[in-house]
Design a protein around this ligand. Sequence first.
Ligand code: ADP
Ligand code: MG
Length: 337
Amino acid sequence: MEGSQTLNSLGEFGLIESLFKPLQSGAVAGVVHGIGDDAAVLVVPRTQQLLTTVDTLVEGIHFDASADPFRLGQKALLVNLSDIAAMGGNPCWYLLSLALPPGMTPGWMEAFVGGLRVVGERFGVTVVGGNTTASGSGCVINITLMGLVNQGRALTRAGSLAGDRILVSGTIGDAALALAMRQGRVPAASDGADGAYLDARLDLPEPRVALGLALCDAAAFHAAIDLSDGLVADLHHLCGAAKVGAVIDAERVPLSPAARRQLERDPGLLPLLLTGGEDYELLFTAPAGAAELLAAISRDTGVPLTDIGEMVAGRSTVEVRRDGQPLLLEQGGWRHF
Ligand code: ADP
Ligand code: MG
């Protein structure tokens, strides 16, 4: 396909035949019928339950027209994988629904599908169907991802108890910092390598699928959520679901070396790091005394885990402390409306 063509010459069915059907992987189990019929037919083993999640990326809201389509394809699937990870599930199949603007080129579509392909291969998931339509303007990408979890074992947001430890994977605030830099709200990183690192954390989040599976297998953890809205806002969701409060120490929140360097330059960035969205790390609660189990899981999965605080009895509020004093945070996390 030529990059200068528009999609009109290819048509909806040309796209399906030339791009989406080849994206299907025969290596993923459970697909009786994939692309090509009115609905996909999938096998859910009797001992398991189906997890489903959907995320939408809208041009002008989540990405610009100038966004790299290869990275965008990757991110569209990565953010869905993070939701399945947060439930402790094994991701399997996805549906791809696209609304494409008039100027869309086959070259853009090929790069976008290339992004889906590399992430799909890496995590063992395949497309099984979708929908393709025109849009008046702007591109809308909608992915519904399905996964499997053993009966009754999904790791939900509810169930935290007062006295539980609060744990978080990886590092916090990198994506928010990268977005603020890109939008000119924060000066760019002085070190180019730091800038590239932060950009990659925003564009290519690392869904914690292996960690979610390990937490689920251990059957010792109370609740989990993935960090899409921001650490404080998402911790608030865990509190609300369990009717308990949370106290975390700002000093213990794990930061990447790049984020730490920006914070040293401007200590005023702390609220942005703690409340900014799109970390796609897992936040979960563990009974006190699970430290050894957590260390083993961290070792096995290669994912750093940090204890940042404790769930407490009382109102479902989140208190962030610094030097033992409550820190007032104005930004409560990302909200669309
Ligand atoms: P129907 O009209 O019955 O909904 P379509 O003609 O829209 O079916 O689609 C034909 C087949 O192509 C279906 O199996 C559908 O799942 C698949 N398909 C359509 N668009 C996409 C897409 N963007 N990605 C993957 N599969 C798609
Ligand atoms: Mg039909």
